[in-house]
Design a protein around this ligand. Sequence first.
Ligand code: DGI
Ligand code: FE
Ligand code: FE
Ligand code: FE
Length: 187
Amino acid sequence: MEISKAKELVEPHLTEARFDHSLRVAETARYLVDLYGGSKEKAELAGILHDYAKYRPLKEMEQQIKAFNLPNDLLDFHSELWHAPIGAILVEEECGLKDEDIKGAIKYHTTGRANMTKLEKIIFLADYIEPGRSFPGIEEVRESAKTNLEHACWLAVRNTIQYLIRKNAKIYPDTFHAYNDLSSHIN
Ligand code: DGI
Ligand code: FE
Ligand code: FE
Ligand code: FE
């Protein structure tokens, strides 16, 4: 898929601010590919498309989780998680995007998982550190991203878990699996 085509397909589904965020994630993902290798084109497409389903109605997404045979336990967790796995399916159904690497990066961009592919890590991290973000501790993650992809991802997952616990929110198991898997890279 052409980059310009992907932008055209995504823009009508997002707010202006969310579209701009997606462009910054794509730019950050290209920067991370410069450092860690991989396909710049795939990284850019995944960045542009990653929040494709962000604004779908919750009722519709609830039905899609069942219809697409996504893990039913998603329904027991915050609806903020749903746009990632649903987006990975809708980019194929509605936009004809078949690339498994890109779909995986979209699918796991919110929770992460154990044994993430390089592109999954790059999109997960780019979503967290793109220049428009301001989370507590983000500068440490941006610094780490310059030298150690796994360590930076670990910091991002750790910060997210800490944030969710402070809010007394539930944490999806894949988020813990990502944390534990990446822990071997913290030194
Ligand atoms: O879609 P974005 O806002 O760009 O970012 P995202 O897809 O990474 O979503 C981030 C939100 O998802 C943030 O509010 C924290 C939440 N989140 C991430 N992992 C989990 C989670 N929420 C719950 N309940 N459980 C998780 O494991
Ligand atoms: Fe997202
Ligand atoms: Fe994220
Ligand atoms: Fe995002």
